[in-house]
Ligand binder design. Structure first.
Ligand SMILES: [Fe+2]
Length: 581
């Protein structure tokens, strides 16, 4: 049985494909359109998934969507009527509702050879149930508590519950207009980061500030034992005006959600190109702190009701790796599980899992744990691309060598230890927003200068943003204060005080690092590379940042070559080929 999972008509549109419970392929549409967080209908991702399995849409049994607009329809209507919302807002929601329900038209537009009735194959799965399934079914747990937490999806922003006897049992939820995700978005917009998905910038900035606004901010969101938490709606607009998300031609955009009271309380909002001051840093630090306080209270409240050692965490807010890294310290949970795609793109996997469970199909957990689900290109293909661009390389004096499997990692590790910046392109592209060694830029963590070089000359991004360490799993306890498995860079932990000087390029201003733990099982070639680097330098860590320059992560060898030529990267590894300046 073939099942397609989709996140559609929303930011981070994506598709995945399962065959008999095994996840075969998954991709985010942004990698094809080259528009960050691309929204709309993920036609290229669907085509890619079908190609990987060498099948046509006619062979698909079900199409699972991580959204069900019919859910809570009466609650929505009641809310609109009771609050006398603007008619425009109601029409916008109705249009989105219709669009999701008329998905068949989109399929017919892009797949004209479809013979069967698509409508009969489409199954709508509740947004937060899909989030929950995406994290729970990427573990081998028999029982666990879970939380899903995001902006909004199907009129909910949060759900908590229990997983036992192979069932996901929701015990509490938070409805529109209350949302921790939206609270974080409002701070992000207020601090001048206006792009969809910029919340991680506030998280990075928070480490530079002090939570001096915490007391004032505490009135914006409050914990509530029964309702989990409440927003003080005086600080927001969305409950009256709705959240207008436009995504024509791909880029998702959300209107400002903070109100005038927000400005009265916290001062003037930062303009996009305005200098970042200490006040902005302190607001970011206060918002991060408040988010953490409320999150830990919700998690402890859930633990009091069901004492499990395990917690599965998903939803867009599960991308907050700083908060995730503090859960062990601040709650009784012993194991925290976060999938490689806790955000909406991963909801495609969750929706497909839910539909398969309903059809009594056994889920292949290992296939979901594996984040390497995208395009790959063999050496012959790469050889052809290099040949095609031969003159360009000659003009730019690029030296090209094809190595054998054994030698290449020694050469690349040596280059990294010589402070060269290396674009590392191998195997299948990662699903999700993190580069985990297959579409990565790698550098020496021991260098004091590399952070600035990477930020200013390669990535062209804000100087306050940290770089992540990829570390051998066996070495975590020697370098970090917490020993844990973090295969997808989803948690930030403190680096041991006596080790910080040894790896300045990956130590954030507060002494932390958003680590990726690497094992031979997760990524053998990347593991071996770090192992060789360790032999040369005595450091089992390589700096790992996504292979891109202010754009979606590269997907194809051509895109990797373009990025290499555009920037000041020293070395480009394309499978067994090494290009050097
Ligand atoms: Fe979501």
């Amino acid at each position: 049985m073939y099942i397609i999972g989709l996140n559609v008509f929303h930011g981070d549109a994506s598709a995945c494909l399962f065959k008999d419970g095994k996840l075969l392929a998954a991709a985010e549409e942004e990698r094809f359109t080259r528009i960050k967080h691309s929204a709309g209908f993920p036609k290229e991702s669907i085509k890619f998934c079908l190609n990987e399995a060498n099948i046509s849409l006619n062979e698909i049994n079900f199409i699972a969507l991580n959204r069900n607009p019919k859910n809570r329809i009466f609650n929505k209507l009641y809310y609109f009527i009771r609050n006398q919302l603007k008619i425009k807002n109601f029409i916008n929601r109705y249009k989105n509702f219709k669009k999701i329900l008329s998905l068949e038209d989109e399929f017919l537009k892009h797949f004209p050879n479809v013979k069967h009735k698509i409508r009969k194959k489409i199954i709508h799965v509740d947004h937060h149930l899909a989030h929950a399934a995406s994290s729970i079914y990427s573990t081998n747990l028999n029982e666990s508590n879970y939380i899903t937490i995001d902006g909004f999806g199907d009129f909910l922003s949060t759900s908590v519950g229990v997983f036992k006897e192979d069932k996901i049992i929701k015990t509490n939820e938070v409805e529109f207009p209350h949302s921790l995700g939206l609270f974080y978005t409002s701070i992000t917009q207020f601090l001048g980061f206006k792009n969809y998905g910029d919340e991680y910038k506030v998280m990075g900035l928070a480490s530079y500030g002090k939570p001096t606004f915490l007391e004032k901010m505490s009135s914006v969101v409050t914990f509530d034992k029964e309702k989990l938490f409440k927003l003080n709606l005086d600080f927001f607009r969305h409950h009256k005006e709705g959240i207008e998300m436009s995504w024509i031609e791909g880029t998702p955009n959300i209107n400002n959600v903070f109100s005038d009271k927000f400005i009265e309380t916290f001062g003037k909002e930062r303009l996009e190109n305005e200098k970042i001051t200490n006040k902005h840093k302190d607001i970011a630090a206060s918002a991060q702190k408040l988010y953490e306080i409320i999150l830990f209270k919700i998690l402890n409240n859930l633990y009091d009701k069901n004492q499990s050692d395990n917690l599965c965490l998903s939803g867009g807010c599960a991308m907050n790796s700083v908060a995730n890294g503090k859960i062990l310290q601040n709650t009784n949970y012993k194991n925290i599980f976060i999938s490689h795609t806790p955000n909406d793109s991963g909801g495609a996997i969750g929706a497909a899992v839910v539909v398969q469970k309903k059809n009594k199909i056994k889920i292949n957990i290992n296939s979901i744990k594996n984040p390497y689900l995208g395009n790959s290109y063999d050496s012959n293909y790469i050889k052809k691309i290099i040949k095609k661009r031969e003159t360009e390389f000659q003009e730019k004096k690029i030296n090209i060598i094809e190595y054998d499997q054994k030698k290449i990692l020694n050469e690349v590790a040596l280059n990294i230890s010589e402070q060269k910046i290396v674009g590392f392109f191998q195997g299948r592209m990662e699903f999700g927003s993190r580069a985990l060694g297959n579409r990565s830029i790698l550098a020496d963590p021991r260098s004091h200068e590399i952070k600035n070089i990477l930020n200013s000359k390669i990535k062209r991004r804000e100087s306050f943003r940290p770089f992540a360490p990829s570390i051998l799993q066996d070495e975590v306890s020697n370098w970090f204060k917490v020993n844990d498995q973090v295969p997808y860079m989803s948690k930030v932990y403190e680096i041991k005080d006596n080790k910080r000087d040894k790896v300045p390029a990956i130590v954030h201003v507060d002494g932390t690092g958003r680590l990726q733990t690497v094992t031979p099982e997760t990524n053998l070639r990347f593991y071996n590379l770090i192992k060789i680097f360790q032999k040369i330098t005595n450091v089992p860590i390589i700096l790992n940042t996504s292979f891109n320059e202010n754009e979606p992560i590269v997907r194809t060898p051509d895109q990797a070559i373009n990025c290499f030529l555009r920037t000041n990267m020293d070395v480009l590894v394309l499978e067994n080929f090494v290009l050097r300046r």
